[in-house]
Design a protein around this ligand. Structure first.
Ligand code: ATP
Length: 342
């Protein structure tokens, strides 16, 4: 389903939950709504679903305004974080629910539910009740149930939140493949950036009721448009101040602002290890942490502290070591306008 949202605003009493939110979603894409708690993600999802009416703005499905359409007229499937399965119904009956409501024939139901059981790998579990399933299996049932009536849009509210970490990782890869296979336009809410980056074709960053940025995960990561986005996606060192010396980058013309440096864009080490020692600053190592795939080094450069990642292929540094610090990329945000210095 092709979706357009124009200037969506929604208040609860005097509190504005969403402010002038506009976006377009291409048919068949998988979108992650990402942001901190209370930012308005669920409110956006509920407005698309027809569970909440916007105070102003428009929602168009396939070019048709649907603001007044009730949820059941919108061709939507839902998956919630707490599964919301019918506790006294078997796996088969849970999946069949939407088709039964639609008064599909017994034969049709058997065929469609059979297909979905296979698609979701639930063979052999048809007669079980929800409490006889694992969290991951229950979420697969919820997914199959949402897909049964062949919705044009699938809305998933924190679909992995109630599942333990290992299964969650498996389930999200599975979900991504499954959604690509079915080809249904899907939007999921999450506050987990790793999840959004891994699963979504495009991420929408929602903060304090506003859409801060929308784009492919790699684009958002490499080119954050606001300090909030830079801080929310990926790791960052944050500084505030005036630019004293741009060393050949004078054409950029920034004089002050918030600077953000990702730890992976900092090279840190003894002189021969650093690629352009003459361009590097002197620093002192303060702390070293083992992260599994890399070292995290906290260092002091002048009167500022920063943290960087150092490859595990290189020898460990120790607190007190005098090192060189080379910054490869820096984002400067000047009145919300972003400049990249590389
Ligand atoms: P979370 O990740 O915690 O679910 P969210 O980004 O989904 O957060 P929303 O659930 O959309 O955020 O809520 C946005 C704001 O609107 C919150 O401050 C919330 O308290 C408020 N809000 C949501 N629904 C209602 C309601 N029915 N009545 C009053 N306030 C509401």
């Amino acid at each position: 389903m092709h979706i357009v949202a124009k200037h969506l605003t929604k208040s609860f009493g005097s509190f504005q939950a969403t402010k002038d939110v506009s976006f377009e979603i291409e048919k068949g894409s998988l979108i992650g709504l990402l942001g901190p708690s209370g930012g308005g993600k669920t409110t956006i999802l509920r407005m698309l679903a027809g569970l909440e009416e916007p105070d102003s703005g428009e929602i168009l499905f396939h070019g048709q305004k649907v603001n007044q359409f009730p949820p059941q007229k919108r061709g939507i499937g839902f998956v919630f974080q707490n599964y919301a399965l019918f506790r006294h119904m078997s796996v088969f009956d849970n999946i069949a629910f939407g088709l039964t409501v639609k008064k599909a024939s017994k034969q049709e139901i058997k065929k469609r539910v059979g297909e979905l059981i296979e698609l979701t790998g639930l063979q052999g579990l048809e007669k079980r009740l929800p409490h006889q399933l694992s969290g991951g299996q229950r979420q697969r049932v919820a997914f199959a149930r949402a897909l049964a009536p062949e919705p044009q849009l699938l809305l998933l509210d924190e679909p992995f939140a109630a599942i333990d970490a290992k299964v969650r990782k498996e389930l999200r890869t599975w979900l991504k493949e499954m959604i690509a296979h079915v080809g249904v336009t899907s939007i999921f809410v999450t506050h987990d950036q790793e999840e959004a980056i891994e699963v979504a074709d495009e991420i929408m960053i929602i903060n304090q009721g506003r859409l801060e940025q929308k784009g492919a995960p790699i684009h958002i990561y490499n080119s954050p448009e606001t300090p909030f986005v830079a801080g929310f996606i990926g790791e960052s060192n944050r500084f505030e101040g005036d630019v004293a010396d741009l060393r050949g980058f004078e054409h950029i013309g920034v004089d002050s602002g918030k600077a953000i440096i990702r730890p992976e864009f900092i090279e840190i080490g003894h002189k021969p290890e650093v690629s352009f020692p003459s361009a590097a600053e002197n620093g002192v190592v303060k702390n070293v942490y083992f992260r599994g795939s890399s070292w995290q080094i906290e260092a002091e450069v002048g009167d500022r502290k920063l943290f960087a990642y150092r490859s595990m292929q290189l020898p460990a540094l120790s607190p007190g070591d005098n090192v060189l610090v080379l910054i490869h990329k820096l984002y400067i945000f000047n009145e919300n306008q972003q400049t990249v210095v590389e």
